[in-house]
Design a protein around this ligand. Sequence first.
Ligand code: NAP
Length: 302
Amino acid sequence: MTPICLVGIGKIAVDQHVPSINGSTDWDLAATVSRAGSVAGVPSFTDFDDMLAARPDIPVISLCLPPVPRYAYAAKAIAAGRHVMLEKPPGATLAEVHALADMAQKAGVTLYTTWHSRMAKGVAPAKAWLADKTITGAHITWKEDVRRWHPGQDWVFAPGGMGVFDPGSNALSIITEILPMPIHLQSADLMFPANRDTPIAAQMQWTENVTGEFDWRQEGPQSWDIMVETTAGTLELHDGGARLVIDGTEVEAGADREYPALYDRMAALIKTGASEVDLSPMIHVADALTLGKRIVVEPFDF
Ligand code: NAP
């Protein structure tokens, strides 16, 4: 088993990373770094430099921090010769992830920009079904309650937190994976709460008749749906990619194991000496923030 260090013991580390590592025969959770969090029975550090100096036996670092602080940790890890796995979205800017990819390549270590929603069980069969179809349009509906899923996480509304594009990048990671042709943004309306620096909702229009609505103010039923119209029928992904329906018929696609699959992939990348750096979902976020019209809406507080 390969020793791995988990950095940033917060919501996603506890919900997904720790159980996925512990459930794998590839990995041994050998240390954590967090100012406040820890994992029972695992040696914990509060300072990343101290961990790097004390544990040269740990070759892989998985960074579960929010995007803004993540770059500095990734750069230090690569400089210390460690392989690095990045939570999504992989950075606060595109250029900093390009810089990390360059550093990793020069250092001969693996860099993996994970996109967990691409591992949802309906995504691979959806991609396979769409590969030879003529697409006539697609629509993303990504509406959830930020108070329920990110309680008190003010970083999502701070610069670099990306607002509704934090979960929205999950939809963008799926659409960029399954469509057989590239799309680019043509217009966007971005709803910024009067007291916040990132959007709480967005309406997007891409080429190829692809549209999307993203909203973090959704109470009641939550929607993580993508519908793709083709000349050969309609494909629907529901529940964030876990459910696939083709022309009204549910397609059974096996067990859902998003985060375990990310750790399998990291093990395979290290074995072959490869990196995987895909910024295509984040390009659409950056384009929305470049091209989008800013609309001020009522203030938001948790
Ligand atoms: P979180 O709980 O707010 O933060 C994770 C941990 O990062 C915190 O516990 C904190 O640990 C550390 N941290 C936060 N700000 C920091 C800073 N400025 N400097 C150093 N460490 C800092 O966030 P999360 O929900 O786990 O999300 C983390 C990443 O996972 C995000 O990119 C998010 O998009 C992604 N993600 C989240 C979810 C979800 O459901 N929440 C799902 C999928 C992916 P210490 O204070 O103990 O150091």
